[in-house]
Design a protein around this ligand. Structure first.
Ligand SMILES: CC(C)(COP(=O)(O)OP(=O)(O)OC[C@H]1O[C@@H](n2cnc3c(N)ncnc32)[C@H](O)[C@@H]1OP(=O)(O)O)[C@@H](O)C(=O)NCCC(=O)NCCS
Length: 173
């Protein structure tokens, strides 16, 4: 019998290179065909290990999921940037490396992020997802996200429609 260890924990500065590798693989997988190749390449280059190290040193709130001590997914989270919506917290990004998708790690990260936000009194959750990213939209719908608003984002030469999903507080009182 083999036991696989899975752990969700706060990210540390020394995780920067592994997180950059997850970002690289997951973004290529998710945005190929949605973004122009050159724009995708530019965005990935910009977010190398040094960028992540700087973000972690600034104490950005970030969780990672490890399988057998290898980082295979991450989530960044904090106060919602959508002040017109009644959600205190936001997951800014949530990515799982392609070969580890579909085995429950995205859900683990999502639930840990939601709970972390609630613990620091950011009640209710909002997430933005590019509409053309079927993986993300299907995932958030499946996890009970209600489409609450729409927005847009310009990346390179593309105008991308963005869906905003909302969840009420876990422990509504
Ligand atoms: C979206 C993403 C994070 C999902 O992670 P994952 O590890 O593959 O998802 P899980 O295996 O934890 O799935 C959790 C549940 O959602 C369901 N699910 C996952 N993706 C789905 C989809 N596209 N459509 C419908 N249901 C989906 C699973 O069947 C599972 O259901 P269950 O727990 O009830 O059995 C992952 O596919 C990913 O990183 N994609 C690329 C990056 C991305 O789009 N990130 C989000 C942008 S913010």
């Amino acid at each position: 019998m083999s036991i696989v260890s899975i752990d969700v924990r706060r990210a540390r500065t020394e995780d920067a290179a592994e997180i950059a590798a997850v970002h690289d693989a997951a973004w290529r997988y998710a945005y190929r065909g949605i973004l122009r190749g050159i724009d995708l390449e530019r965005m990935i280059q910009r977010r190398g290990p040094a960028w992540w190290e700087k973000a972690l040193k600034r104490n950005v709130m970030m969780l990672v999921v490890e399988v057998q001590h290898r980082i295979v997914g991450y989530a960044t989270l904090g106060p919602s940037r959508m002040h017109n919506l009644p959600f205190g917290g936001e997951i800014y990004e949530l990515y799982v490396t392609p070969e580890f998708q579909g085995v429950g790690l995205g859900r683990r990260l999502f639930e840990a992020a939601f709970e972390t936000l609630e613990r620091i009194d950011l009640k209710g959750l909002a997430v933005r997802a590019v509409k053309a990213n079927d993986l993300a939209v299907g995932f958030y719908e499946h996890l009970g996200g209600r489409p609450v608003a729409e927005s847009g984002e310009t990346i390179g030469d593309r105008e991308l429609a963005v869906a905003i999903f909302g969840w009420p507080p876990i422990n509504a009182d």
